[in-house]
Structures are given as C-alpha cells and as structure tokens.
Design a protein around this ligand. Structure first.
Ligand SMILES: Cc1cc2nc3c(=O)[nH]c(=O)nc-3n(C[C@H](O)[C@H](O)[C@H](O)COP(=O)(O)OP(=O)(O)OC[C@H]3O[C@@H](n4cnc5c(N)ncnc54)[C@H](O)[C@@H]3O)c2cc1C
Length: 307
C-alpha cells in the first residue's frame, strides 16, 4: 500500500494518527484544515507530507469538506484516518462518501494482514473489542490512545504545501459568543462532584447540585449523562473524549468507572466513589468508596455536611 492519509483539524491526535497510519503504508500524508500554526505543528508530529488548507477566520472546517474529499479521493488511498473531534468526523464522512469507502468509528488500532486492513474497535460502550477486516477503501475514526507529539518531534519535519481550496462551501461563522456554562471552570475546579447513569431522572440532579454546593465544587458527569441524556452541559463531561481534570477532590456518584471515564481524572488527587455495586470499577480507582444507594448516601452526606 502506498500512501495512507490522515485528516487533521486539531493538534492533539496528530502523532497518534500518524503512528497508526504508518502501520498501514510506507507514506503518511496529512491534510490539515486550520491555521498555519496547526500545519506546522502537524508537520513535526510524524507525517511525511502535509497539505495545508487555510480555514481562515470566518469559516468552520465543514466549508472545506468538498476540497478535502477531492484531494484525498484523487489519490485513491486504501485507508484514511481521522481523529474523533466533531470537525474531523464531518470531513471523514464526506471523504468516505466521495470515495465510496466504509466509514468505521471507534477504531483503536490498525494493521495489515496480507492485503487486508485489520482494525480493532471498541463496541458496546467500551465493553467489547471487535476485530474487523476489510479490503478497503476504509475511512477510520481513530479513538486509540494519544501519543504525546513531543516524542515524535525530531529534525525539520515534513514540508508543508499550501493548497488553495476550490469548491469551498458558502457557510460562514457569523459570530462567536461564550455558551451558557462555558465558563464553568470544571477544568480548573478544586472540587468536582460528577454524576453518572446511576441517577434515575433529570430532576434528581438537584441533590447532586446540593452536594456540589455543600463541598464548594462544580458539577461534572459521565459522557452518557451529557451526550445521550442531555441532562448536563456537554462541556462538563469527564473522560477520554471529554474534559481532563485535576481537582483536589473528585466525587463520582453513580458512575461505574469505565476506562474512558477514568482517563479524564488521572490528575485528581483524591477520588471518592459512591456506587451501589461493590464490584463497580470506580472503587479500584477510588481512595474512598461508599457502597450504597446514592439516593440514601447523598442525602446522608448533605445532612452531615450541613449540620
Ligand atoms: C470511544 C469511547 C469514548 C468514550 N469516552 C467517554 C468519556 O470521555 N467519558 C465517559 O464518561 N465515558 C466515555 N465513554 C463511555 C464509557 O465507556 C461508559 O459507557 C460510560 O462512562 C458509562 O457511564 P456511567 O458510568 O454513567 O453509566 P453506567 O455504565 O450505566 O453506570 C452507572 C453506574 O451507576 C451505578 N448505580 C445505579 N444505580 C445506582 C444508585 N441508585 N446508587 C448508586 N449507584 C448506582 C451502577 O452500579 C453503575 O455502576 C466512551 C466510550 C467509548 C467507546
């Protein structure tokens, strides 16, 4: 296989994407949509070639879906990798459609076996790993571990070739304003009280808010509480694909402690788990564990804290 393409819209996953792509082909080509600084950073993180599309100030990356798809499809690669950010996924979808390629989400690792692409991907909310094999072409949304870019940085890096994009969609960002809750400061908070799917209904968030306020903390949550249920703002969910936080105290209420969630609290100093399942993985990551029904434990804590 010759070139494997990676789609870059942010710096964080570039080194990991480049390393994963390297396992598939000799040459790793990156298309970067964003500012020049992003292209320069990407060039130092592993790819052999970087094509840079300047996204300008007033356009979102979705405006560049057609030129990105045209560029990559014109090269007819067997595999394309994109990070899991919403922007990268938008571009990946268009690339897959243009190439009539299979779009595979949640890919953790890739390799070649004979002439086929082998992918491990996470399924059932992280509870199983599926191994897929495909002849290609494939567009993989890569959700594997990040590799710190610094470990890859050596020499001058890849040359950056600017591309004047044609077929840019007429869609502009008219204004940008902070969203309600965007200054929540969960990443800076000293104390975070996080809630998971152990909570039965949205109205019951009031007891979690009371606990957060009693300990002087911010509210956080697991991914499904924000993403699936929409009970808490999305910028408050903690984990691999959410916020990475380092509070002095993290209280996880009704959260199982999935590996993806725990990735977000590696920097927490003291973790307290509250769960009615004594086998819940959160307890392995906790300094203090309370086995019990949150609907009894939280009110009891409130009584103790407020009296
Ligand atoms: C690629 C990928 C990325 C992901 N990224 C993230 C991420 O960034 N952040 C994240 O959080 N997740 C992430 N996930 C999802 C993750 O795998 C879990 O599915 C999720 O964290 C589970 O959320 P939960 O613990 O709230 O819910 P559940 O798994 O449903 O757990 C609920 C817990 O509450 C307990 N419980 C139930 N009732 C009570 C009660 N009355 N009192 C006390 N305890 C009770 C249960 O015993 C259980 O342990 C990701 C998954 C994938 C595949």
């Amino acid at each position: 296989m010759s070139r494997t393409w990676i789609i870059v819209t942010e710096e964080k996953p570039v080194a990991a994407l480049a390393a994963a792509a390297r396992a598939l082909g000799k040459t790793v080509a990156a298309v970067v949509v964003g500012p020049r600084a992003l292209a320069d950073a990407a060039a130092l993180a592993g790819p052999d070639e970087v094509t840079w599309i300047d996204a300008g100030q007033d356009r979102g990356v979705e405006a560049f879906a057609a030129p990105v798809a045209g560029l990559i499809a014109g090269d007819a690669p067997k595999a394309v990798l994109a990070g899991a950010s919403p922007e990268s996924r938008v571009l990946a979808g268009r690339v897959a459609a243009t190439m009539s390629a299979s779009l595979v989400p949640g890919v953790l690792s890739l390799s070649m076996a004979e002439d086929r692409i082998v992918m491990d991907r996470s399924g059932l909310d992280g509870r199983v790993i599926e191994t897929l094999e495909a002849a290609g072409p494939v567009v993989a949304i890569y959700a594997g571990d990040d590799i710190p870019a610094a470990t890859e940085r050596s020499g001058a890096g890849a040359a950056v070739t600017p591309l004047v994009a044609e077929g840019v969609a007429d869609i502009v960002i008219e204004k940008t304003e902070p969203a309600a809750g965007a200054d929540a400061g969960i990443t800076k908070a000293q104390v975070v009280v996080s809630v998971g799917r152990g909570l039965r209904k949205k109205e019951d968030l009031s007891i979690i808010r009371d606990l957060a306020s009693a300990v002087g903390g911010e509210i956080g949550c697991s991914m499904p509480v924000a993403d699936d249920l929409g009970w808490v703002e999305k910028d408050r969910y903690v984990g691999r694909s959410g916020q990475h936080i380092a509070p002095r105290l993290y209280i996880a209420v009704g959260i199982q402690g999935a590996p993806q969630h725990l990735e977000g609290i590696r920097g927490a100093r003291i973790v307290v788990g509250i769960n009615n399942d004594p086998e819940a993985p959160i307890f392995k990551a906790s300094d203090y564990g309370i086995v019990g029904d949150l609907y009894e434990v939280v009110p009891a804590l409130l009584t103790a804290l407020c009296n």
